[in-house]
Design a protein around this ligand. Structure first.
Ligand code: HEM
Ligand SMILES: *[C@@H]1O[C@H](CO)[C@@H](O)[C@H](O)[C@H]1NC(C)=O
Ligand SMILES: *[C@@H]1O[C@H](CO)[C@@H](O)[C@H](O)[C@H]1NC(C)=O
Ligand SMILES: *[C@@H]1O[C@H](CO)[C@@H](O)[C@H](O)[C@H]1NC(C)=O
Ligand SMILES: *[C@@H]1O[C@H](CO)[C@@H](O)[C@H](O)[C@H]1NC(C)=O
Length: 361
C-alpha cells in the first residue's frame, strides 16, 4: 500500500512540475488573466479605434509581426529604436520600407503600463495588435457602414471615410481570426544586419523562400498560406519594377507576369519611378482580407517574383489551386499565424518586460 501511494504522490508531483515547466517554456491562452485581466481588451479597443481612422493599419501590423517573428523570434526586436549608430536597429534595415504603426503600439503600451506596470510584453502587444487589426478589417462588412472605400492609391492616401457614420461602430466586436496565446517576453537585441539573412526578398525564388521558412519551423503549407497576407496592403515600385524593365539584365520584362497587368504597373511606376509611389498588392480587394490573393496569383498578377514563385513548384501550385477554390483560407491562415507567432519566443524568465517598446530597460 504505502509504496504505491508514495509512488503516486511522486508521480503527481513530477507531472505537476513538468506541466509547470511546460507552461513556463511555452505560450498559453489568456496568460495575463490574473496579472492584467484588461490587457487584451485594451489592445483590442485601441486597435479598433485606430483602424477606423486608418484602414491601412492592419497591413502594417500584420507585416510588422511577420518581420518581428522572422528576426530573432517574436520578441518585439522590430520595435526597438537605434541607440548606437554603428549598430542600427532592425527597423532601419533596407527591407523596412514602409513599416509604420509604431506610434499606436506605443500608445497601447502606455495605457497598459498605467494599469499594470512591468507586466505585459511588447511582443504580446504586437502579436495581439496584428490579430485584432486584421480581424477588425475582416469583420468590416458586418458593420454595414456606408462604404466610400478606396483601393490603395498610389498617393498613399488609402484612408476613407469609414467610421464617420454608423453608430454601431462604437460597440465592441470580438470575432478573432486566429488565436494568440500569450506569455512572450521582450528581447534586448535588434540589429539591422540580422534582417537581410532572415527576411525574404521580393525577388526570392521558390527554393530560397522554402529554406527561409523551413529555418523558422514553417513548412510549404505555411509558406503558401502566410504569403496570402498579401491579400491586403501596398508595395513600393522598387519591390517589383525590375520585373517590368530589366528582368534578366537585357531590358526585358518578366515573362511570367501577365502582359496587360505589366502595362498597368508601368503606368503607375515609370522607370525611374517616384520612390514614394505605392501599388495595391491585391488590386481588386486591397482592403479586404480574403482568399482573392490566390486568384491574383493564378491570373499571373502576383506582384512580386516571390508571389509568382508559388506557382513554380508543383506542390506549391497545387496548394494555391486548392485555396482558390475552397473556403479554407481563413482557418488555415489562422493555423499558420499561430505557428508564426510562436517562432523562437522568449518565455519564463528569458528576456524582459520592456517598460517602453522602443528601448530596452
Ligand atoms: C514569403 C515571403 C515574403 C516576401 C518576399 C514579402 C515581401 C514583401 C514586400 C517587398 C512588401 C512591400 C513592402 C513595401 O514596399 O512597402 C510586402 C508587404 C506586405 N507583406 Fe510581405 N512578404 C513576404 C511574406 C509575408 C508574410 C508571411 C506576411 C504576413 C503574414 C506578409 C504581409 C505583408 C503585408 C500585410 C504587406 C503590406 C504592408 C503595407 O501595406 O504597408 N508578407 N511584403
Ligand atoms: C527605414 O530605414 C531607413 C534607412 O534605410 C530609415 O531612414 C527609416 O527611418 C527606416 N524606417 C523606420 C520606420 O524606422
Ligand atoms: C468573444 O470573447 C469572449 C471572451 O473573451 C469569448 O469567450 C468568445 O468566444 C469570443 N467570441 C468570438 C466569436 O470570438
Ligand atoms: C505543415 O504543417 C501543418 C501543421 O501545422 C500540417 O497540417 C501540414 O500538412 C504540413 N504541410 C506540409 C506540406 O508538410
Ligand atoms: C539592366 O541590367 C543590366 C545588368 O544588371 C545593366 O547593365 C543595365 O544597365 C540595366 N539596364 C537598365 C535600363 O536599367
Amino acid at each position: 500500500m504505502r509504496p504505491s501511494i508514495f509512488k503516486l504522490v511522486v508521480l503527481l508531483i513530477a507531472v505537476w512540475i513538468a506541466a509547470g515547466e511546460c507552461n513556463a517554456q511555452g505560450l498559453k491562452m489568456n496568460f495575463y488573466q490574473e496579472s492584467c485581466p484588461l490587457a487584451e481588451l485594451i489592445v483590442k479597443t485601441i486597435i479598433q479605434r485606430s483602424v477606423l481612422s486608418n484602414p491601412a493599419l492592419p497591413a502594417k501590423f500584420l507585416r510588422m509581426h511577420f518581420h518581428d517573428c522572422f528576426v530573432r523570434g517574436c520578441d518585439a526586436s522590430i520595435l526597438l529604436d537605434t541607440v548606437d549608430n554603428n549598430a542600427k536597429a532592425e527597423k532601419e534595415a533596407v527591407p523596412n520600407l514602409s513599416l509604420s504603426g509604431f506610434d499606436v503600439i506605443d500608445y497601447i503600451k502606455t495605457q497598459i503600463e498605467l494599469l499594470c506596470p512591468n507586466t505585459v510584453s511588447c511582443a504580446d502587444i504586437l502579436a495581439l495588435a496584428a490579430r485584432d487589426s486584421v480581424s477588425f478589417l475582416y469583420n468590416w462588412p458586418l458593420w454595414d457602414v456606408p462604404t466610400g472605400r478606396r483601393e490603395g492609391d498610389e498617393d498613399g492616401k488609402e484612408r476613407d471615410n469609414r467610421g464617420e457614420k454608423g453608430g454601431r461602430i462604437s460597440q465592441f466586436i470580438n470575432c478573432s481570426l486566429w488565436e494568440v496565446p500569450t506569455g512572450r517576453r521582450d528581447g534586448r537585441i535588434s540589429l539591422a544586419s540580422d534582417v537581410i539573412a532572415n527576411i525574404p526578398s521580393p525577388f526570392s525564388d521558390f527554393n530560397t523562400l522554402m529554406q527561409l521558412f523551413n529555418r523558422k519551423g514553417l513548412n510549404l503549407t505555411d509558406l503558401v498560406l502566410l504569403s496570402g497576407g498579401h491579400t491586403i496592403g501596398v508595395a513600393h515600385c522598387a519591390t517589383f519594377s525590375p520585373r517590368l524593365y530589366n528582368f534578366s539584365g537585357h531590358g526585358d520584362q518578366d515573362p511570367s507576369l501577365d502582359p496587360s497587368y505589366a502595362e498597368f504597373l508601368k503606368k503607375r511606376c515609370p522607370n525611374p519611378a517616384n520612390p514614394a509611389t505605392i501599388v495595391a498588392m491585391d488590386p481588386k480587394s486591397a482592403l479586404t482580407f480574403d482568399k482573392h490573393y490566390y486568384q491574383t496569383l493564378l491570373e499571373n498578377k502576383g506582384l512580386f517574383v516571390s508571389d509568382a514563385a508559388l506557382l513554380t513548384n508543383s506542390d506549391s501550385a497545387k496548394i494555391v489551386g486548392r485555396l482558390h477554390i475552397s473556403n479554407s483560407f481563413i482557418p488555415q491562415f489562422a493555423n499558420s499565424m499561430k505557428k508564426m507567432g510562436a517562432i523562437e519566443v522568449l518565455t519564463g524568465t528569458a528576456g524582459e518586460i520592456r517598460k517602453q517598446c522602443r528601448v530596452v530597460n
